[in-house]
Design a protein around this ligand. Structure first.
Ligand code: HEC
Length: 398
């Protein structure tokens, strides 16, 4: 992965002002917030206990849930493993280098970095990232495939074979932004550009969260307000909450979600919408989902919400029906009998973790599972009912 190569670079900072005087574009009292409809998205079909959740990392059909007392991996809505050997998880990220397999990274209670192996267990890879003796508190992945850590001394960038340390404030949150990143500390937000090694500081006492979208939108929150970075380079008040009620922020694709009391809000292209009556826990934290959904962690539960219409986007009736069949019955068969070898980075080298993959490999699956009965290999079980379910799928008319 990475060979440690330490260099220490000081970032050049310029200060920027926060525009505070301008009236908020949106506030509920002012009646300017339009309504947002959301619905729950099922991700844990049997409601398996997940513990006190601190972070979620998601890639394709694989969802990794990091909690105080261990981490659980769910594939296609079914838990396939729980690892309790590492505890106190604090932060997680999905490393997705262009053209390479994605990997789930997590930071534990001791500040060590782990990578998920085979969807089952975690390997301590702190040394590989040049982090021996340097506990970290936060990890984030950059679109380039590089990984960024927040440590006591500053920010550490692991980029292919190189590890570079930057002297910076002690950040409690990091987010990718353009060719650089955003960092949050107690009194403000820092915006850094990596190629030029230049940065900008936005003083904002009481700042609680920072988020940024692939399009480059930047949103930060305090307990009672949402600010957006304008094209003029200044932070401007975007939404004023009624009281100290804001408690979570997450960028899921180009949608930025925030938690306001018991409601969820979104900022999309500078517009604010908010739910009325969704009743999330008042102290919940939010985590992003690459599909645009949001994870709500709080009140001892993990819930996933989507703002998209609940109906299937597919216009092709056959695909929708086969897709429904896969989700409703075969995803669980897959989790039980195939996932140990056929996950995206699984030992067989053949990824069968999604409906699309099953559709593409339909003839092979029929041959190996239904006709020759050689999958799963000897010593691995597939019940008669599950084999019949696979047969129904592979023999269904196109
Ligand atoms: C213990 C590991 C293991 C399990 C469990 C397992 N497989 Fe496999 N499978 C493999 C390996 C290894 C290969 C590649 C070597 C081969 O083709 O025999 C493979 C190959 C395949 C192929 C051929 C793919 C290709 O492109 O050639 C299909 C189809 C397949 N498996 C389906 C399944 C299905 C469906 C299940 C679950 C019902 C399953 N397997 C369970 C190990 C496994």
């Amino acid at each position: 992965m990475n060979r440690a190569h330490d260099g220490c670079i000081a970032l050049v900072l310029a200060s920027a002002l926060v525009a505070c005087g301008a009236p908020a574009a949106y506030s509920k009292k002012g009646g300017a917030v339009s309504e947002l409809t959301v619905h729950k998205v099922s991700f844990n079909a049997d409601g398996a206990p997940l513990g006190h959740v601190r972070a979620v990392a998601e890639t394709g059909e694989v969802v990794c849930v990091f909690a105080d007392d261990g981490a659980t991996v769910l594939v296609s809505q079914t838990p396939v493993s729980t690892d309790r050997s590492v505890t106190g998880w604090k932060s997680a990220a999905v490393l997705a280098p262009p053209g390479a397999q994605s990997q789930v990274l997590g930071v534990d209670g001791q500040g060590h970095v782990h990578v998920l192996r085979g969807q089952r267990s975690f390997d301590d890879v702190s040394d590989l990232f040049g982090l021996r003796g340097k506990p970290v508190s936060v990890v984030t992945a950059l679109p380039s495939g590089a990984v960024l850590f927040a440590a006591r001394e500053g920010v550490i960038l692991a980029d292919g074979g190189r590890v570079t340390s930057f002297m910076s404030p002690r950040f409690t949150e990091l987010a990718p932004h353009g060719s650089g990143f955003l960092g949050r500390e107690d009194g403000g937000v820092y915006l850094f550009d990596l190629p030029s090694r230049g940065g900008r500081k936005y003083s904002l006492p009481g700042v609680t969260h920072v988020a940024s979208t692939p399009r480059g939108d930047v949103v930060v929150t305090t307990n009672n307000a949402v600010y957006a970075l304008g094209s003029d380079g200044a932070l401007a008040l975007l939404y004023a909450a009624d009281g100290d009620t804001l408690h979570g922020l997450a960028a899921s694709g180009d949608t930025i979600w925030f938690a306001d009391g018991e409601e969820l809000g979104v900022v999309e292209q500078g517009r604010v919408r908010e739910t009325a009556g969704v009743h999330i826990p008042k102290d919940a934290e939010l985590s992003s989902s690459p599909r645009g959904d949001v994870w709500v962690m709080g009140g001892g539960a993990l819930t996933r919400y989507s703002s998209a219409a609940a109906t299937s986007p597919s216009t092709n009736g056959t695909v929708t029906k086969a897709g429904d069949l896969w989700r409703d019955s075969l995803s669980a068969v897959f989790a039980r009998s195939c996932s140990s070898c056929h996950l995206p980075s699984g030992s067989s080298g053949v990824n069968l973790s999604s409906f699309d993959r099953w559709q593409a490999q339909k003839a092979d699956i029929h041959e190996r599972v239904v006709v020759k009965k050689e999958m799963p290999p000897q010593g691995h079980t597939l019940s008669d009912a599950d084999r019949a379910a696979i047969k129904a799928f592979t023999e269904a008319p196109e």
